[in-house]
Design a protein around this ligand. Structure first.
Ligand code: PLP
Length: 294
């Protein structure tokens, strides 16, 4: 990944109305140190983030990402982000991206311990080349997420549904998948309900019907899943939220992991059992996801 740009942001109050937030932005060298050692993002993973796909300089689905940033901030008791300010920061970063695929990250941390304000910044970098995996797909293993499907309601302090900086568990799950000779993982609740990938949402096809686990199940509401459902709706196909039992995953006629930068990646096997790869629909999904979307 090549870093292209980094913008530090002085977070404005959520209700501050300014036509230009330029005075609250400072461009810094993305290769130089920029954070205090007391930063709670690095000390405790205490903060939230978004990763936005950028195609030929166009940041995709910015509104959906900003809505989720605001939702995550609420769940984490962080000050509400000023959406207009973040939108301008995204536009500044997108202007640095050039042709091809890039990724813009938005980060809002609780700041320095005992410090006065949160720390906020935006980065832009080239995206990894996902062309091959979008065609060939991934082998996944199902991994127990360690909580049952009632946990999100019973224990809201687990912050399920917030996109927090605490991704060590998600990264560990991907390493475990690789140890089991797979490429990626699908988390399953301890009572056997399909949740999400460590960095993606899961979409299944049974016949002409598409399903994905509902966000209330303790998972992130994926912006890419929302886009895919909009696309399927335009095609006259049925796409619904539904509790998916783990055995139904391997019985799917096709399934995908979807996310903002890797886009739609077909699942070709689950725990070693093959499932069909719908090459035509996968290509159409990715053509749609690579087209400019607001
Ligand atoms: N679920 C998790 C845990 C993720 O980390 C991600 C993306 O990183 C997603 C789902 C998919 O979200 P999006 O489509 O908005 O990228």
């Amino acid at each position: 990944m090549t870093w292209r740009f980094c913008l530090m942001i002085e977070p404005a109050a959520s209700d501050a109305v300014l036509s230009d937030f330029a005075d609250t932005f400072t461009v810094v060298d993305p290769a130089a140190p920029a954070l205090s050692v007391g930063e709670l993002s690095t000390q405790r993973g205490d903060g939230i983030f978004e990763s936005i796909g950028v195609i030929d300089g166009h940041a995709q689905e910015v509104t959906a990402h900003l809505e989720r940033l605001v939702h995550s901030a609420r769940l984490c008791d962080l000050p509400e982000p000023n959406v207009a300010q973040w939108r301008q920061a995204v536009a500044r970063a997108a202007a640095q991206c050039g042709r091809g695929e890039s990724v813009i990250k938005l980060i809002l941390s609780r700041g320095v311990e005992h410090g006065p304000t949160p720390t906020a910044w935006v980065t832009a970098a080239t995206a990894p080349d996902n062309t091959r995996v979008r065609v060939e797909g991934v082998r996944v293993v199902t991994l127990d997420r360690g909580f049952d499907s009632a946990a999100p309601e019973r224990a809201p302090w687990l912050l399920m549904g917030a996109k927090t900086l605490s991704y060590a568990v998600n990264m560990a799950a991907i390493r475990e998948a690789k140890r089991r000779d797979a490429d990626d993982a699908v988390f399953v609740s301890s009572d056997g309900i399909v949740l999400e990938g460590p960095t993606s949402s899961v979409i299944l096809r049974h016949g002409d019907r598409f399903t994905t686990p509902a966000p209330g199940a303790g998972i992130l509401h994926g912006t890419t899943q929302l886009s895919v459902f909009a696309f399927l709706g335009q095609q006259g196909l049925r796409a619904e939220y539904e509790a998916v039992l783990a055995p139904n995953l391997v019985m799917a006629d096709a399934a995908w992991l979807v996310s903002s930068v890797r886009l739609a990646v077909p699942i070709v096997s689950v725990d070693g059992a093959g499932i069909p790869l719908d090459a035509d629909l996968t290509a159409r999904l990715n053509a749609y996801l690579l087209s400019p979307r607001d």
